[in-house]
Each structure stands twice: as C-alpha cells, then as structure tokens.
Design a protein around this ligand. Sequence first.
Ligand code: IMP
Ligand code: MG
Length: 340
Amino acid sequence: MSSIVSDVVVDVQYGDCGKGKVTHHLARTGSYTHVVRYNGGHNAGHTIYHEGKKFVTHAIPCGVFFGIKSIIGPGCVINPTRLLEEMEELRSSGIDVDGLLMIASNAHVITDWHLVEDGKDSVIGTTKRGNGPAYRDKYGRKGIRASQVHDLQDYIVDVYEEFHNNQEYEQVKVLFEGAQGFGLDIDWGDYPYVTSSHCTSASAFLNGVPPSSVRNVYGVGKIYETYVGAKDFEMEDSALAERIRSVGQEFGATTGRPRQVNWFDLDSISRAIDINGVTKLVINKVDVLEALATEGDYLRVYHGDDTFSFESIEDMRYYIQEHLGRENMDIYFSGNKDRI
Ligand code: IMP
Ligand code: MG
C-alpha cells in the first residue's frame, strides 16, 4: 500500500486561461511522481513554453517534459491516431515520452464514427474532435476502452496498481491536470453550451485516488473572459473586444477559432472557487489589460448587476482581491509574458 497525496489544477472560467502554464510550472518543481490528465480529450489545447520553445499539447500531460510519469486517466477519451501523432511530434522535438506516458486501461476511445457524428454539430460549436459522441457511448455502455486497442498496448496501465500498490515510491504524489473549464462543465456550465465531461476538481477523484489525498486546488482564470463556441458571449463594444483579442492573442489552440471576449465576471468566478474548493487562485494575462489601459476603458469587472470601471490595474486587482478573497486562499496575478 502506497500513501497518496494530490494537487489539482482546474480552470475557473471557460478554458484557455493558462492551466498549461501553471501545470508546467508545478511539474517543474520536482514535487510529483505522476501528472494525470483527468477529463476531456483532444478538444483541449495546452500551450506550453518549454526551454524557450512553444508546444501545444492536446492529450499528453505535461509531466513528459520533466521525465515524470504522465497518465491519461480513466476520465478521458482518446483518439488513438491523434495520440500517436502527438507522441511522434514530441519525440521529434526531443521530448522523450516513452517509458513515461501511460494510458489508463479503462479510459475510453474516440472512434472514426464519433468524429463523423461530432462533425455534424451546428448547435454547440464543438471542436469536432469526437468528444461528445465518445462520452455518450461510454455512458450508454457501448464504448470501447483503451485496453481493447491494439496500437495502445505498450502504454496501458492499471491505475489502481500504479497508485495504490506501487513499490517504487514511499509516497505517490499526483498532479492532476484538468481540461476545459468550470463554465464548460457538463453540470455547472451554461448547458447545453458545455463540453461532455466534468471539468471541476471533483472530477479528478474519479481517476483512482481518493478525495482525502488532496492538498491544494489551483484555480486558474484570467483578468478578462473568453469563450469559444456557438452561444453569444461577447461584450457589447466590439471594438474593445477586438483589441483584447488581438493583444491577448485569443484564438483557439486546437481549432484556431477567434475566442469571444467579455469582462471578468466576479460572481461566476466566486461560484467556481466555492464549488472547486480553490486554495490558490492564479489570475493570468494581467499585462494584456494593463497594456490597453492607456487606450480606453479596458479595466472592467462585472459584479452583481453592475459593471465597474477602474482607473488603474492596481485598483482593479485590489477590487478583485477584496471581493474574491477567502480565508485559506491565496491569489496570484500573473502576466502573459511571465514565462514561469
Ligand atoms: P467539445 O468539447 O468539442 O464537445 O466542445 C464543446 C464546447 O466546449 C465548445 O464551446 C468548445 O469550443 C468548448 N471547448 C472544448 N474544449 C475546449 C478547450 O480546451 N478550450 C476552450 N473551449 C473548449
Ligand atoms: Mg486550451
């Protein structure tokens, strides 16, 4: 029996807030034996700067960048062809995934048929990566598991054995890497404009470690909001939205679609903090609004039924801190250019 501790990284908005950056930073500290992706599939796109080079990963957890065992957990869905391609891309950039990457035997598979089905979506604005149909078949008990796929055999792992009967470590230390975000969660997001998996911290504990193992939940957001998909999300003033999109480079890492932009919503983030049990909150891309502040009224926050404007980024940060602050929660503000 090994003892287990875990930390969870979760997005408190609609994805694309910089979980990749935070997870990469945490993995680098050398405090973990495993990095585990716990939900979603190739719909995700995590942008990571590693040793000066830009990487976009879709399914592979960032532990591979640091020689840490990296598991695609049972909560995920996998497109075998795409995964093998992603592995090859990393290998050819000098990142050795072999011996590190593992796939939970009970993770589910995205088939060609799922891709065809998802390709027909015109309502939700999905990434068309087969995510929804794969989860539908999983829960309809018609799915295929990773253990049944010939090409994945070298990577299959029984996560129970890996976490609970591991003689290699005195203590198993898991970093859970989430995908998508609170506003896209199947239960807590704006249904039906959501993804088909659970994006909250609770979802991590469906991947083989007990909730009692958790130490910290890192909530990741950014100083304005973005959303990609079919619903109308953008702020009224489209000129301001366009500037933020351009300066913040807000285009999907997976599909290249422009992300709709809106102001920081204090109430929805507050709800996300409570439901996810966030203990450390990271708010990214502060420098994007800071750079725009001299051009016009870019420092705004939704709170209750009102929109508040600020004179300086310091005032805005102070207001957020005042209203989102919790006892036992630290808040960090970070810039896009801070390559931690
Ligand atoms: P699906 O997950 O491809 O089914 O897409 C459902 C919704 O989630 C759509 O609005 C997508 O744009 C959005 N979505 C899925 N994955 C991501 C992501 O990694 N970042 C941001 N939005 C995402
Ligand atoms: Mg993303």
